[in-house]
Write a protein of this length. Structure first.
Length: 420
């Protein structure tokens, strides 16, 4: 047990019981900070209590850059690697600026998937639990619309949402955005893709003209640039990714035929020291078939994809995150911002078609600067994609060796959770 004395002056000292200190090796993009403390940002004492109870001892680089600028009210365009603390970078200033005397929606966080909405809302609730009345609501498609309408009939300060559902609530006159001064877009490249950009534009049209916009993502394609030019006012630009690849993640490929893939996977399971793994397939049908095969081989395995009932998806996500199962098979549904720190191995059972998908997939390991391992099962059809992705990301995906050094992906830190 650790006891932390928060330095607020002699008149107020609070003892907090913190989670065990995480002593795992971290990469420079998380550890290379300016040396700031959370206390330096003049945050509310109650918010600082929530921050420290989360186990966040000092701000990461993206938090150091974002928090003071966001508190000033300026627009932000931030590019940082997955797993470096982007959620904290926008949630801390967002929660600091909530005025509990006002009973309307003051901020909205847009995310592309239901699972990410649930994760962000959970972090928000934990951070704000000492603030005395901040009301946070998550709303996503696939859940009961009537429940959301009833909830919005009461006070809600912060909404975490997927675009389609919140726009539906706005157009029904239930979610009133005319006084919401802040909109955050997490995984902005996905939100501003063709799938969502029309919805996002529509949502912003219901907000005040002087609202603040914060954009966060690991990649910024042309669609983001167009949106920024149209809607952001002299944004403060943060770029903590000079190169597009992910530090701290060792990448290998195994050249196999389609028939050899399951046997190769079985060999990896027997030889690797896996805390938790995420295994990606390119279709929902292959996800279910592979999960069944893995279970038949005697390994614990969950699966998740977009065609499953939302209630079941929520349960799988919750149980996997809490360490009740070691392996998760999924589609690209799970590539966006999902933060499960016990995951140290990602396997591309089916190799992705483009560099952006590859980047987000392997970013599920090595969260918050820890080390991770990415293994790609490559068939003859994938060899051109492999070369293109290496070129675009300026990275080297090496042939898998007969033995993989455990120090590349196994940490000294062990979670208390059981994986079986």
């Amino acid at each position: 047990m650790q006891i932390l004395i928060i330095r607020f002056g002699d008149d107020w000292k609070k003892c907090l019981e913190l989670p065990p200190k995480d002593t795992r090796m971290r990469t420079a993009d998380v550890t290379s900070t300016k040396g700031n403390e959370f206390e330096d940002y003049c945050l509310k004492r109650e918010l600082l209590m929530g921050i420290f109870e989360m186990g966040w001892e000092k701000p990461s680089p993206v938090q150091e850059e974002s928090i003071p600028i966001a508190l000033s009210g300026r627009d932000i365009l931030a590019r940082a690697k997955n797993g470096t603390g982007k959620s904290g970078a926008y949630l801390i200033p967002l929660l600091e600026r909530i005025d509990l005397k006002k009973d309307h929606i003051q901020a909205i966080v847009m995310v592309p998937t239901r699972e990410l909405a649930l994760q962000v809302s959970q972090i928000s609730i934990q951070l704000s639990k000492h603030l005395g009345g901040v009301k946070v609501m998550a709303t996503t498609g696939g859940t009961n619309l009537r429940d959301d309408i009833m909830r919005l009939d009461e006070t809600v300060h912060v909404v975490i949402a997927t675009p389609g559902r919140i726009l539906d609530l706005i157009k029904k006159g239930v979610a009133k955005m005319d006084k919401a001064q802040l909109i955050v877009m997490d995984e902005a490249d996905k939100l501003l893709s063709q799938d969502f950009v029309v919805l996002i534009e529509d949502i912003i049209s219901f907000m005040p003209k002087d609202r603040q916009i914060l954009l966060y993502s690991a990649t910024f394609p042309i669609s983001v640039q167009k949106f920024m030019n149209k809607h952001l006012k002299k944004p403060y630009e943060i770029n903590l990714m000079e190169e597009l690849t992910l530090k701290g993640i060792t990448q290998y490929y195994a050249y196999v035929t389609e028939r050899q893939k399951v046997h190769c996977l079985n060999t990896l399971f027997s030889r690797l020291q896996i805390n938790q793994s995420i295994i990606f397939c390119n279709s929902t049908q292959r996800v279910e078939l592979l999960a069944k095969k893995i279970t038949q081989l005697g390994y614990s395995c969950f699966y998740i994809h977009a065609k499953m009932m939302q209630e079941y998806r929520n349960r799988v996500f919750h149980d996997f995150r809490n360490g009740l199962c070691r392996n998760l098979v999924c589609t690209d549904l799970f590539t966006r911002g999902i933060d499960i720190q016990a995951v140290n191995v990602v396997i591309n059972f089916d190799f992705p078609k483009n560099a952006e998908t590859y980047l987000h997939r392997i970013g599920r390991s090595g969260r918050f600067g820890h080390l991770g391992l990415a293994i790609n099962l490559i068939t003859s059809e994938d060899r051109y994609n492999l070369k293109n992705i290496e070129d675009q990301l300026v990275t080297d995906i090496k042939p898998i060796p007969s033995s993989i050094d455990k120090s590349l992906y196994v940490a000294e830190f062990h979670s208390a959770s059981s994986f079986y």
